[in-house]
Design a protein around this ligand. Structure first.
Ligand SMILES: [Zn+2]
Length: 344
């Protein structure tokens, strides 16, 4: 089936009580790993590209990687999503490239660094929603600001500072009414990158109760958890055992993500874990076999490590087994849906 709009996938996830990982892609081995895992356990897929990824790999290479994934996996629903669009123009160029979903992150100014005003956020997100929905493309917005920086995007807030930028439930409710977004990213204390928490997070730093409150007020809005890698100890250990220097850190425990899924979270962004898995595998090969110099000798094992990780995520989030039951939805179907609802 052609690339699927994200709203259709998240609606299915909501109706069937599961979540879907938003998995970042920059190169061939990453998309191959994701698709191998999805095919093995019959899982719907959200593949996302940041601005950094589009720049690194070039839109044309990236687009054709996605089209190859579709061609090789005709029975799997796959969404291609712009992660953290910094401006309406970034989102519009993604739509031109064939992305079926975009995130307009108006929680930060166009520089992707300084927290913006609520009014700016509404204005720029509404503009993107209008044009995206007119062609059936889904839109994710964000209220509040996360900690950390990823791919040059982020306010660089420390974990403590991020606690001052948590999503306000009143504002979340207002924002969804003001913009008509399909999905809403919320700030609940998580950070982008590997260094999220200095100890296993408890409720005072990882505000799952905030998710519950927002879901209570917005039961029909799909919630998105960013910065939600679990940063497993074993992945840190492999890197450090083979010459790496990852300082002890803690991510978002799987059971907290599962609690989120019980409370309206339908998309869970995971990138750090993928990076750690690939880097650990590459370090191991190069440390154990210093004579190797064929990129396939280390990129192959990196791909295998990522396949295992992604399959585990798909099981943890309850995504596994749901691809086959998904009734195909096209951009045209979603365009008609928005028109019927008066959302265009
Ligand atoms: Zn993010």
């Amino acid at each position: 089936m052609p690339l699927v709009p994200m709203r259709a996938l998240l609606d299915h996830a909501a109706a069937n009580d599961y979540g879907i990982a938003g998995l970042n892609v920059n190169n061939m081995e990453q998309i191959q790993a994701i698709m191998m895992a999805a095919a093995e356990i019959d899982s719907p897929v959200i593949v996302q590209a940041s601005r950094g990824a589009r720049k690194y790999s070039n839109d044309a290479y990236l687009r054709h990687l996605m089209l190859a994934a579709v061609e090789l996996n005709p029975s799997l629903p796959i969404c291609m999503h712009q992660d953290h669009g910094n401006s309406a123009e970034t989102c519009f160029s993604a739509i031109e490239q064939g992305f079926t979903s975009v995130m307009m992150d108006g929680s930060l100014s166009e520089d992707g660094k300084v927290p913006s005003t609520y009014d700016y956020n509404v204005q720029v997100t509404r503009k993107v929603v209008g044009q995206a929905h007119a062609v059936g493309v889904s839109v994710e917005g964000e209220v509040g600001a996360l900690g950390g920086i990823e791919d040059g995007h982020g306010a660089g807030l420390s974990q403590a500072e991020a606690m001052a930028h948590l999503t306000d439930p009143d504002q979340a409710e207002q924002f969804v009414a003001d913009t008509g977004v399909d999905a809403l990213a919320v700030a609940i204390g998580t950070s982008h990158g590997a260094y999220k928490f200095s100890h296993k997070p408890t409720g005072d730093v990882l505000k799952m109760d905030l998710i519950e409150e927002i879901h209570r007020r917005l039961p029909n809005t799909h919630l998105v958890m960013h910065g939600s890698s679990s940063v497993p100890q074993e992945l840190q250990d492999v890197i450090n055992a083979f010459g790496g220097a990852i300082k002890q850190t803690y991510g978002v425990p799987v059971e907290e993500i599962q609690r989120g899924i019980k409370n309206g979270v339908r998309k869970v962004n995971v990138d750090t874990d993928s990076r750690l898995a690939m880097t650990g595998a590459i370090r191991k090969v190069l440390a154990e076999s210093p004579g190797k110099f064929d990129p396939r000798d280390y990129l192959g094992p990196a791909r295998d490590a990522l396949t295992l990780l992604v399959a585990q995520k798909m099981r943890d989030l309850g995504t596994a087994g749901h691809a086959g039951e998904f009734a195909q939805k096209t951009l045209e179907d979603m365009k008609a849906f928005y028109q019927r609802k008066g959302l265009v």
